[in-house]
Design a protein. Sequence first.
Lengths: 327, 753, 171
Amino acid sequence: MKGFTFKEPSELEQASDFLRDGSGGYILAGGTDLVTEMKQGIIEPHLLVSTSQIKEMCNIEWNQSGVKIGSMVTLSDIANSESMKIKLKSLVQATGSIATPQIRNIATLGGNLCQRPRCWYYRNSRFDCLKKGGAKCFAVGGSDKYHAILGGHSCYIVHPSDSGTALVALNAKVEIYRKSQRIIIPIVDFFTGPEIDVTRENILEPGDILISIHIPNESMAGSSVFLKAKERKSMDFAIVSVASMVKIENEIISQVGLAVGGVAPVPWKLNTLESKLVGMKKEDVDIESLCSGVFNDAKVMGQNGYKLHLAQTYLERALNLVLANSN
Amino acid sequence: MSEQSTHTPAVGTSYVRTDLEGKVLGTAEYTADIALPNMLHARVLRSPHPHANILGIEIGSATKLDGVFDVLTPFNVPEGKVAPDVPILDSRVRFVGDEVAVVAAVDIDQAKAAIDLIDVCYEVLPFSTNVHDSLNSASFPIHSEGNLVNGGPLIETRGSIKEGFDQADYVVEDSFTTPDHHPASLEPRAALASWDGTRLTVWKPSRGIHADKNILASALGLSPNNIAVVGPAMGAGYGSKDETRTSVMAALLSIRTGRPVKLELDREEEFLAGRRRHSTYTEIKMGLKKDGTITAVHAKTIMDTGAYLSSGPGVVRRAGQGILYLYKCANVKYEGQLVYTNTPTAGSYRALGAPQGHFALESLSDKASEILNMDPLEFRFKNHVGPEGQPGERTTPRNQIIDTQPVEGGVPFSSNELRQCLKLGAEAIGWDRRDYIENAAGPIRRGIGMSMFIYRGGPGGQSNAEISLDQDGLFTLNVGFMDVGEGSSTVVIQMAADTLGIPPAMVRINGGHTDKTPESPMTAGSTLTFSAGHAAMQAAKDLKDAIINASLKLIGLGDSEGLYLTPNGVKSKCGESISFLDIVHNAGPIKTLASVTPGSKDYIVNSFGAHFAEIEVDTETGHIEIIKYIAVHDSGRIINPRLAEGQVRGGVSQMMGFTFLEDMEIDPHSGVALNASFLEHKSPTIMEYPEIEVIFADSIDPIGPFGAKSLGEPPCIAPAPTIANALYHATGVRINDLPLTPDSVLLAMKNLL
Amino acid sequence: MDSHLTSDRVDMDDNETTTKFIVNGREYSLKIDNRYTLLDILRDHLRLTGAKKGCDLGECGACTVLLDGKVVNSCQILAARIKDKDIRTVEGLSQSETLHPLQLAFIENDGGQCGYCTPGFIMAAYPLFESEEELSTEEIKLSLAGNLCRCNAYGSIIDSVAYALEIKTNE
């Protein structure tokens, strides 16, 4: 690890200034991923800017329109929140399924959304892969068991964030500090695939700071479920995950959110299926036929074909569960 | 033991592990915890290529860096060897991660900075990352002998398989593969060396400090008398920590710089430079009579030994033992071939090849019973090797100890409670229910499976122990073996204490230092309880006699007959007594040294067991959940039930990784190990731990110390075939390739694509 | 202890942070090279070696300590961030000669084999011992799911923690 300067400002503007242009600076949230990347020599920051003293990034605020979760709120604070256990079941399930108790106590929601992929070629400093500015994706024709079946384009990472999958299905928004302005965008637009820029997984530019995540009341009024397939029950990333959210009003499905994780470079939102479900009566939903063909665009590689089957199974199970829970 | 003795036996009780207090306090010192004044830190430069010649190394800029003291390269180290095929450093590298150069610097960051400045000129060679490629006649030789170790297979045979298969009504055959399974002990390898100008002291995790001393001496060209090897507490190794290059490099750096040098491997290095379990490909065939009699067994195993041989010959031999000996059969043949590849080296890992061999054999047995339309348990009851041993003629000369891995027939076992194991396990799991399991609608299928095993029982060559009555009236056992977490110190104390007739709390154990202990075998092959136990018992017996003789003179009695030891000292029938303190005060400390080579010239000493599991399979997700697991073991008399149970539960759980999760993923294009981390090489967590019921068969071995046989490795042998057989029972799908990850189960369900 | 915890070689400029923190009740004030983690500080500088460097990547739990009462992997905490933090390590559990009930329970139930993971497990279990809630075996397992034991002594570890909690309840 190379030496670096450490800053811990208490104001957003200050933090943003430190990070602006060519500073070589990185935001240090929980650091569970960033410090690992530094130790493994994948990144070599000159400057770390800790955002743990910026108050509004550390709070959970319930207000009239919903809940605003500061990006520095830890995963265990979410997973253990009694209110969220009732109102945001899928987010609680997702955050509670991440990593280990030790990591959840330190890792933050913002950090989880912005963490880098787990692709074993990306994580190994011996491979100068596309994502690291190199010439090729080594997963293509290599060991691709955990790689993307959807949206791969040129780089076949899967987005590692379980909370991201849950939040996409909850139609959350993110608030970003950019050039002294605050912008709020749907979280689905926060994530970007390799076709936009292969070296990153979201829209953040140098100097941008992810302040908070907003979840609207409508999403919390329904029921939600997060399911995760992993090989090991703890300390494992999703090989496939599915988040679902359904709200029923007057016996008609009025809101739906569906997202699949572990299959694509971004949390994969199932827009078409969502719109098909809206307006249906719960008892008219034939899950199997509705879900069939949902992943027709999938392109499997040498060893990751099983993900297609798993995604289909978990989608059906997540829909089943969320419909059973909603009334 | 004297009849008058009031001694409460320690053997058979769960005496508390002797070294646990330091471990719970955090004060137990492991190699990496030790720091010496002026100590330098070393770091290894590792090969980025799977196969290359090193044409030159430019170390000028590295050596000029502030705080850098020395750089070792293949071109500036002495000619010595750390293993027959491993020099101190080699100008040929054979896997990604192989050692190229080593830097010693004031701290680890500076050592790393120096590593970055070393410029190596490689001539890149063709490479092979799997046995298939290595066996290709056009493949590039990894060693001068080629890619086949010894140029051909190890062959062991009894009777004639041709005759056996000729007699068969059915022949059942199949092929099986097992993964590269990494022990990944939590403590990465480390070595600390200190040269004082004449003598070298090396601290290292070790399972054989005396063996390590001899290797260090021969590699460095030093007299063994000028070397002390110290084994601090060891963060386990499960057999894998017999690699010595790490300590030789640290020692050489210390000799050259005149300062203590510590070399700690990081986690990835432990995966790369450590030792893994050999992956295998086995073709196996069984001849059967209609009545279920086995007429022949024939297996051919190919094992990937990686870049170097390490303990491969022992592993390939052990993989065949179940095939040769678990079932009563006159005609058997085992052929085992080790093959070099440009991948991290395979070596010893708990039970060596036995889990691989038994996976093939015990999966095939279930297949055989199906062809015979026979219950798999009944098939085992009918065919398991009995106390009388195998048919055939003894070939070992009468005056020689019988090998614990025999091929010959005509020799009975000293004890064999395999039948009892089968019965107890069947009862505990409820085997009767097996044919009547009803599955509810939905994707979940339930099944019950079992398998059995045979393993060496403990005799392990010469073993020495020294025991003394000390100035303070307490006893000290000096033993050269290492307790690597299995609890051998504790059970050996129990046996010595009972032999003396005193409480175990009066016996201390001294180990882990070659200057202070007699030679002892390695902690290997599940031999310690048996071999070190016998040595300790003999030394204790001799010490007891010596103490009684000394006290005889002191009390002035003429007859040793009525004297016995109590916690306070020696007592006579008539009530006279003398305290241990008085004895040592008058006679001085008393010490005895015993050297024994335990074993039997008439019997095979082997351990046995049978495992049973009930599982649930989610046929849509490929997930397998263990509902109930029963492990029944014949390990003779159990010296310490709690420790023994811990060994079994731990061994079974460790093999859940081999069965369900772990495999080393080598990138085919670069030879890079992609999952050399705890996150990606998915060892079981506490969440994977199934409820495991441990049952010990009622067994007392007439040869074993206090009737005990081996237990360290046996728990690892049966888990994989037990689960695979249960999976077949649950789903009708047999998977011959481990591990049983969700994707492989799904593929096998043919539900897919 | 008040010293400069930096290597004696490189010009650090602002690659250092001065910080004050508490370990096992004792206050330290140090100037720290920003690259060090809490684990480095504990092991190399305070010579508290109970926390082990099993992976240094947050993947094994052998370095688990309490940071303001929460279990964390000390290898993931940059030392520059421990300002004003209260840190507790396994060395801070026993009171002079008296072992903590958790430590006693691990001895009673043979909760360790090679012992390398043991301090980490004991620290991970510590908040359970402090908690007033009654915990199921499953909840105990979930709390210990960040610690690897390669001896797989998990059965005895679960027994040890359950035993400690039971003893506490019965007291």
